[in-house]
Design a protein around this ligand. Structure first.
Ligand code: CUA
Length: 313
């Protein structure tokens, strides 16, 4: 549980969060009051007008104008308050400020890719500066996903063949959960990431370094980092157990049987092809569902992954 959150909610970390919670609380308390009135009234009248003896009947009751006006007018006013309040907040949540920076979000089975205007790319980790409106332009490469950051109180479906957008302004630095909240297949529950909110200075420094990640690492170390960062682990284990895809343990040099009956040995070219054109060769016993990493992984990143696979004996 979030130590800074309330009983029901995680902490509020965006400009819109307090507003969303205030309206939620208003509706919640209103519902509790009416629940008590209705259920309390039900029990009270059941007791008050119970049968008291053989010949005692409650006299006929007709209507009461005053009561009928009150229970029509009061709820109508309350519903209008909720409507106007909700509409105002909705407009605020929907229209990004002109000062927003834009980040492209791509959802696909089963990870998130973020493309920054300056050319950097991250997987499953959205990095943003604090106190800066950020507009996300989102689309999916396959099925419907949904982008949800509970601490920001923002959620939006991510659709194939069309853009949706969402904006937020984070108010505190830190790391926050990112969930996919639209059931998108076997790996749905694994489609989780982080939003990292940095100070402006840290963000600029991160962005400057993001282009040459892995520069000071051995290829196999960089590969191990990519295996995590690019979410390969969602479908490929390194301990030999088959998940959605074959395990990477002992992969290099292994001879695999393909669904078309042919055989192939997992060398550098086989691995490169499997990453960029996953459907070219599909190992027997697995579905042809791996997405392409064309445009997601650079050449030196594929080299690093191959170097890493070689260490997984
Ligand atoms: Cu993507 Cu659920």
């Amino acid at each position: 549980m979030d130590p800074n959150g309330s009983l029901i909610f995680p902490s509020q970390v965006s400009t819109i969060a307090p507003e969303v919670d205030a309206l939620f609380d208003f509706i919640l308390y209103l519902s509790i009051i009416f629940f008590i009135l209705v259920v309390g009234g039900t029990f009270y009248f059941a007791w008050k007008y119970r049968k008291k003896g053989e010949d005692t009947f409650t006299k006929d009751l007709s209507h009461n104008n005053m009561l009928e006006v009150l229970w029509t007018v009061i709820p109508t006013i309350l519903v209008f308050i909720i409507f106007v309040w909700g509409f105002k907040s909705y407009m605020k949540m929907t229209i990004p400020p002109d000062t927003s920076m834009e980040i492209k979000v791509t959802g696909q089975k089963w990870f998130w890719t973020f493309n920054y205007a300056e050319g950097a790319t991250t997987t499953n980790e959205l990095v943003v500066p604090v106190n800066q409106p950020v507009k996300l332009l989102m689309s999916s490469n396959d099925v419907i996903h949904s982008f949800y950051v509970p601490n920001f109180r923002t959620k939006m479906d991510v659709l194939p063949n069309r853009y949706t957008q969402l904006w937020f302004e984070a108010t505190e630095t830190g790391e926050y959960n990112l969930f996919c909240t639209e059931y998108c297949g076997k790996g749905h529950s694994e489609m989780i990431g982080k939003v990292k909110v940095l100070t402006r200075a840290d963000y600029d420094a991160w962005l400057a370094g993001a282009g040459n990640a892995g520069a000071n690492m051995k290829p196999e170390e960089f590969g191990a980092k990519l295996y995590k960062d690019k979410a390969c682990f969602t479908c490929h284990s390194i301990d030999g157990s088959p998940l959605v895809g074959p395990s990477f343990k002992g992969l290099f040099g292994r001879t695999e049987k393909m669904t078309d009956g042919s055989e192939a040995t997992a060398d550098e070219n086989y691995i490169r092809e499997s990453i960029l054109e996953p459907q070219a060769k599909v190992v027997q016993g697995f579905q042809p569902i791996m997405p392409t990493y064309q445009g997601v992984l650079k050449d030196e990143e594929i080299d690093a992954l191959i170097a890493y696979f070689k260490t997984l004996k």
